[in-house]
Design a protein around this ligand. Structure first.
Ligand code: GDP
Ligand code: IMO
Ligand code: MG
Length: 422
């Protein structure tokens, strides 16, 4: 029995959904602790594809308890839609899914403000998902947000909503955005509140009771290390702590009860949205897009692709305390004559082994590559380390050494069984 925090070790979309699905088998409870429906976690069961945005990926296993923790920002309309989508695919949530009463709610003005702020930034835009994540967390930090517990009490919600609409309509009017109508929003959102009310719980106590009963808890990170509000490539980040510490604050589960941190990374690198990415590479981008791969699970945008950045993975290992690394999408590199591993950055004659936090330096960093022979063999049917081509094992050993951690899981395809332990 172990309590595991799983984090993305790159810029998001590392394949966390798939690895969560694999680890869920040995877990009792799966918890989302930060982010919102900016996340898109893909899980394949057989040939059926599921993309989870707010609901923990563990929901696809019958009888596992899934929690949306206090650190998440919940779009109630999006969540109801997601639950209905799951029901239409015969995935039940009743009795399995619980929402923290102290999570904050994403409201329509958050999405409008997200789009407005981005449009005002022009070429400096972050490239957000426009799901209102930043403005929802801003209001939370400003102590003027609406929490789930208030949202599901009609009178409390009414009062808060009136004040908020009044406040934001002034900004909307000043920016030529159509103002919001109280009745329209109240009617729409109170219907969602009615539907979600039976799922709302004191999830902190629920987790504590589960811990007392020796249950295994799996914390499902969203986004990735370099999108962390404190440790990422600020300001090109999301608005929550995506690193392992966020799992504790975002759930109320104490750090001394976490047994292990598992990082997830791709065999190469991807990023959606703006911001520095030193190992970005056109050849690998074109190759993967040509295969129909690396399009965003939430927005459908093509992801920027590059060689595996071991400087980033090494930094992620340091920041999160990653004990084990699950490496996905090894098959994405199957056809290259040579594969490259970024082992250091260079800027102004200085070599960096860890990602520099000064973005003006990072933006000018050039990758230092170790070039290795490719394996030019399909790996998707392989199910053991020993059966991998020698050059693939050599690449993975180099990646493991440079990242300063242990490889524990290798994924060679999107499906549940296209995975093996090292
Ligand atoms: P997440 O946000 O970290 O859960 O990752 P996404 O679901 O956004 O993106 C990962 C993509 O890689 C999805 O399309 C997965 O189905 C896919 N995937 C995960 N692991 C593998 C793998 O080993 N091989 C292949 N071909 N696809 C994979
Ligand atoms: P998962 O959990 C990849 C990126 C956006 C943008 C920045 C800020 O699927 O790995 P936001 O809407 O959060 O304010 O956008 O963060 N971003 C992600 N990129 N995967 C994600 O989630 C992401 N969630 C946000 O593209 O650059
Ligand atoms: Mg994703």
């Amino acid at each position: 029995m172990a309590n595991i925090v799983l984090v993305g070790a790159q810029w998001g979309d590392e394949g966390k959904g798939k690895i969560i699905d694999v680890l869920t088998e040995k877990s009792d409870i799966i918890v989302r602790t930060q982010g919102g429906n900016n996340a898109g976690h893909t899980v394949f069961i057989g040939t059926t594809k599921y993309v989870l945005h707010l609901v923990p990926s563990g929901i696809l296993h019958k009888s596992k308890i899934c929690i949306i923790g206090n650190g998440v920002v919940v779009d109630p309309i999006g969540l109801v839609k997601e639950i209905e989508g799951l029901l239409s695919m015969n995935v039940q949530v009743a009795g399995q899914l619980f929402i923290s009463q102290t999570a904050h709610v994403v409201m329509p003005w958050h999405k409008e403000l997200d789009a407005l702020k981005e449009s005002k930034k022009g070429s400096n835009k972050i490239g957000t998902t426009k799901n209102g994540i930043g403005p929802a967390y801003s209001e939370k930090a400003d102590r003027t947000g609406i929490r789930v517990i208030d949202f599901i009490h009609p009178e409390r919600f009414k009062t808060l909503l009136k004040n908020k609409i009044e406040e934001h309509n002034e900004t909307f009017a000043a920016n030529g955005i159509p103002t919001m109508d109280f009745d329209e929003i109240y009617n729409l959102y109170s219907k969602a509140a009615e539907k979600l009310k039976p799922l709302v719980a004191d999830t902190v106590t629920l987790l504590h009771e589960a811990w007392k009963q020796n249950k295994s808890i799996l914390f499902e990170g969203a986004q990735g290390t370099f999108l962390d509000i404190d440790h990422g490539t600020y300001p090109f980040v999301t608005s929550s702590n995506t690193t392992s510490g966020g799992a504790c604050t975002g759930s109320g589960f104490p750090p001394n009860r976490i047994d292990k941190v598992v990082g997830v990374a791709k065999a190469y690198s991807t990023r959606v949205g703006s911001g520095p990415m030193p190992s970005e590479n056109e050849e690998i981008s074109n190759h993967l897009h040509g295969l129909g791969r690396e399009f965003g699970a939430t927005t459908g945008r093509p992801r920027r692709c590059g060689w595996h950045d071991a400087v980033a993975t090494r930094t992620a290992v340091m920041l999160n305390g990653i004990d084990e690394l699950a490496l996905t999408n090894l098959d994405g590199l199957d056809t290259f004559d040579t594969v490259k591993l970024c082992v250091a950055y260079e800027c102004d004659g200085i070599q960096y082994r860890y990602v520099p936090s000064d973005i003006t330096v990072l933006e000018r960093c050039k990758p230092v590559y170790k070039e290795l022979p490719g394996w030019k063999t399909p790996t998707t049917a392989i199910r053991s380390w020993d059966d991998l081509p020698e050059n693939a094992r050599n690449y993975l050993k180099n990646l493991e050494k440079e990242s300063e951690t242990h490889l524990s899981i290798i994924s060679v395809g999107p499906a549940r069984d296209e995975t093996f332990s090292v």
